[in-house]
Ligand binder design. Sequence first.
Ligand code: NAP
Ligand code: GDD
Length: 346
Amino acid sequence: MTSKTALITGITGQDGSYLTELLLAKGYQVHGIVRRASTFNTQRIDHLYQDPHDPEARLFLHYGDLTDGTRMASLLEQICPDEVYHLAAQSHVRVSFDEPEFTGNATGLGTTRLLETIRVMGLPCRFYQASSSEMFGSAPPPQHEGTAFHPRSPYGVAKVYAYWATRNYREAYGMYAVNGILFNHESPRRGLTFVTRKVALAAARIKAGLQDEVHLGNLEARRDWGYAAEYVNAMWRMLQQDAPDDYVVATGTSCSVREFVAYCFAHVGLDWRNHVRFDERYLRPAEVDHLVGDASKAEQLLGWRPTVQAPELARLMVDAEVNALRTQCVPAQAHGPVLAAAGVAG
Ligand code: NAP
Ligand code: GDD
């Protein structure tokens, strides 16, 4: 067991929740930054909640926003973490076309705010940047650490900026700052407007007779889809090395959106062609056609290797939705039809 302290931005997100579980299991004291909202946004970590009055508590939450540099600085100074996992971002690619300025501010500049604070205060911490395969954009597959970036969205552009900021602080100031270039990773905790969760939920609801169809955009794009619970382990490994470096994290295989849809529907005995409808609002002004990661560096140097590929991922995500519907544990799912009715991109 370790006595280290970690700070996680984006602790309420998919990856933040799995990483918190991992670090608590390793004995870390974990601090997480939560955005103030008028409704609770901590569902993914509620099962980990610890009363801060308990002297044994090792999980602490703090209000903060990436766009508020003063708050980020005061939290870093107060917590003085050994390791910073910077996961927070406006992470939806389609939404980034609607909100390019905010995406640049939060997803891009947010990284610089943290790095500059660490530098100015001389904090002796290690820094993980949640970089993305979206940075590769139209670069032909397989993509690896040496592949030139060609981002295709404001989100991708912001992540390229943050990637280079991280490398620059490493090279200019000798900071232990790393980029984990993670390819798509999914789970039952995935946001409802990402395609895998949207489809897994729809398949379960259609099977249960709760809806009859689901509207999707481009079915031809290919993604390298892995399981998020496995990917956070690679993040942790990146901060335990002798020297900082950047790593691709991926399964090395890809399938199309169409194939993923077919896996999900087949798992509940349905033919997807009877239920999937096209809606152009889910298309993007520019698309990333084909992502497949070469994660051999992570395997060799970090000893990290994924075990879950897309077909199994689809099954486990659909099973989770079916079980949630059976046990009536559906608070998040209830938002699905509401979002669709409101025409929210997703
Ligand atoms: P996610 O589920 O969308 O979570 C994003 C987190 O960031 C949430 O906790 C969110 O808070 C927080 N956040 C957003 N804007 C913020 C702001 N202005 N200030 C403070 N917090 C803010 O994303 P994820 O899938 O866990 O991904 C984690 C990171 O990895 C992201 O940076 C993402 O871009 C990157 N990434 C993800 C993938 C993937 O396939 N999942 C692949 C490559 C890279 P709320 O809960 O309040 O919204
Ligand atoms: N979201 C969504 N909704 N995507 C759809 C839909 C739909 O109804 N229909 C088709 N798609 C297609 C998108 O056009 C895209 O080609 C693919 O499904 C995957 O879309 P998302 O699940 O939204 O993920 P993403 O690949 O754009 O971005 C995710 O992965 C990146 C890593 O490559 C996000 O997690 C990013 O934050 C992450 O960096």
